[in-house]
Ligand binder design. Structure first.
Ligand code: PGA
Length: 264
């Protein structure tokens, strides 16, 4: 696990964009795992800027999003379909037919639908690079605390904390979804490489538990400790509760010398 600590959110976004851009350039047919939420917005803006200057091409890229609220039509302003379209897809040349986002309008046969989503990831050759945010409760995707560390794409009931964090985005409480379809922790761990982005003091406790705490289903992101190629890109505020910051800086310096490809 690599921990890259940056001054602020803008530097986190730039560093993440540098890594994603390098990965897309070295493998134009890359399969990206994408995330929603406030955290990756800066990354998407940086990638859009690179695309506009002509230095990045997504025409052979495929993407799979982590999750979607259950019960929201694609056109709903708070759906993750709308989010991805407004904040990324409508600004770059990633082909529509290569974009996959769980369908929140499914009303029956959820298991079959979710198995189909897993099968599409497999058919695409698996996820090469997965982008993640982290919830205050340590969730990745909508894998709320106590999610099985072996879970696959499935229906998941949202936690109270997650509902509280998102409620202000919806016109009324009754409109706020209470379930989602999410890739599982097992699905995420199958990705070849993972970048987790975090910014702000509100994420410091979750980040510290994910990196330094025990592996536990109470903190879904702690499962990332079992993955061989995870990079946390976090700002100083999000790194606030880590006890071994100096060691992570030392690891980073040694990585630059001995295995620089892990940072490209
Ligand atoms: P945020 O959400 O990026 O909006 O903070 C992250 C998450 O809940 O996974």
């Amino acid at each position: 696990m690599l921990v890259v600590m940056k001054n602020d959110y803008q530097d986190v976004s730039r560093e993440a964009a540098r890594m994603v851009a390098a990965a897309v350039r070295s493998n134009p047919e890359i399969v990206l795992g994408l995330a929603t939420g406030n955290t990756p917005l800066g990354l998407y803006n940086e990638l859009i800027a690179l695309y506009r200057t002509g230095s990045l091409d997504f025409s052979n890229t495929t993407s799979f999003n982590l999750d979607e609220y259950l019960g929201l039509p694609h056109s709903h302003p708070q759906s993750y379909h709308t989010f991805m379209d407004q904040n990324f897809f409508s600004h770059v040349n990633l082909p529509r037919q290569n974009i996959h986002i769980p369908d929140g309008t499914v009303t029956r046969d959820y298991e079959a639908y979710c198995a189909g989503y897993e099968a599409s990831i497999k058919a695409a050759g698996g996820i090469d690079l997965q982008i993640l945010g982290i919830g205050r409760n340590g969730h990745i995707g909508f894998n709320e605390p106590t999610s099985s560390l072996a879970s696959r794409t499935r229906l998941k009931a949202l936690s109270r904390e997650t509902i509280e964090d998102a409620r202000h985005l919806f016109a009324s409480d009754s409109e706020m979804p209470n379930c989602a379809i999410t890739m599982g922790i097992g699905t995420i761990l199958d990705s070849r490489r993972i970048l987790l982005l975090a910014s702000g003091r509100s994420k410091a406790a979750a980040v510290a538990k994910a990196i330094e705490g025990p592996i536990t289903s109470s903190v879904s992101a702690s499962a990332l400790q079992m993955h061989p190629d995870v990079t946390f890109i976090i700002d100083e505020e999000a790194a606030y509760s880590l006890t071994q910051r100096d060691y992570y800086r030392h690891v980073l310096e040694m990585t630059k010398i001995f295995t620089p490809e892990r940072l490209s």
